[in-house]
Design a protein around this ligand. Structure first.
Ligand SMILES: [Zn+2]
Length: 231
C-alpha cells in the first residue's frame, strides 16, 4: 500500500496530470481541477437563493412544477466552463462530469439539500450518440452527485424513443413537440412516489429538461428538481 502510494507520487512528479479546465499541471492534493480554477469558476450559487429569486426557476414557470432548479456554473464562452464541457463531451473525459458532480453534490449537501432527493435521473442520450461517445455525460454528472449526496441514481429510468438529429432544422414549436415525444419513463416503479433530481450537462432552452420532467411527473414522480453543470 505504502509502496503503491509512493509510486503514484513519483509518477505524478514526473508526469503531472493537467487541470481539466486550464491544463496547467496539478500539484499534490489537487484532483481534476487546480486550486486557481476551483477559486475562479463562475459559480451560480442558485441553491442559496430563495426560489422566487432564482433566475433559472423562471424558465419553467407555467410549464412544469420544478421543486429546486439548480445549476453549478454559469456558461461563459471561451472560458473555463466551455473548456470543461468540451472535455466532457468531445474529449472522452467522463471524469469531468463525475468530479463536478461530486463537488456540486458536496455543496448542495452543505447547504441542507442532502435529504431533498430520493433518486437521481440523468437525461438519456440517444443510443447512437451513446455508442459514439462511449458514455452519457449527464450520467457521469449524476454519478458524482449520487456519491456526494449518498442518493441512488438510475441511468436507465428514462429513455429516448427516436432520434432528434433533425431538430435544428425545425421551428421552435415543432422542435418542442419533437422533443416532447422522444422521452418516456422506462422504469415506472423506480420513479413513482419519488422526489427526483433530473440532471443534464447544460441547460439552454430548457425544452429537453421540461419534456423529461413532464414524463417523470406523468409516471407518478412526487416532485421533480433539476440540476445541470452549467446554464
Ligand atoms: Zn486550472
Amino acid at each position: 500500500m505504502m509502496l503503491r502510494l509512493l509510486l503514484a507520487d513519483l509518477w505524478a512528479l514526473f508526469f503531472p496530470r493537467p487541470c481539466l479546465a486550464c491544463h496547467e499541471p496539478l500539484v499534490a492534493g489537487e484532483a481534476h481541477l487546480c486550486t486557481n480554477c476551483r477559486a475562479e469558476l463562475p459559480y451560480t450559487d442558485y441553491h442559496l437563493l430563495p426560489p422566487d429569486q432564482n433566475p433559472l426557476a423562471r424558465r419553467f414557470w407555467g410549464k412544469i412544477p420544478v421543486r429546486h432548479t439548480l445549476s453549478y456554473l454559469r456558461f461563459l464562452r471561451h472560458g473555463r466552463v466551455q473548456e470543461l464541457l468540451h472535455q466532457l463531451k468531445y474529449k472522452g473525459q467522463s471524469q469531468v462530469g463525475s468530479a463536478l458532480g461530486q463537488l456540486y453534490g458536496a455543496e448542495l449537501a452543505a447547504a441542507g439539500l442532502g435529504q431533498e432527493f430520493d433518486l437521481i435521473v440523468p437525461v438519456p442520450l440517444h443510443r447512437r450518440k451513446l455508442a459514439r461517445r462511449g458514455y452519457n455525460q449527464a450520467d457521469a454528472f449524476a454519478t458524482g452527485l449520487a456519491a456526494a449526496l449518498t442518493c441512488p441514481s438510475a441511468a436507465h429510468a428514462l429513455r429516448r424513443t427516436e432520434h432528434t438529429a433533425s431538430q435544428t432544422r425545425k421551428g421552435r414549436a415543432a422542435r418542442w413537440q419533437n422533443v416532447a415525444t422522444v422521452f418516456e419513463v422506462a422504469e415506472p416503479k423506480a420513479v413513482a412516489g419519488r422526489r427526483i433530481l433530473l440532471v443534464d450537462d447544460v441547460l439552454t432552452t430548457g425544452a429537453t429538461l421540461e419534456a423529461c420532467g413532464a414524463a417523470l411527473l406523468a409516471a407518478g414522480a412526487q416532485t421533480v428538481s433539476i440540476a445541470t453543470i452549467a446554464s
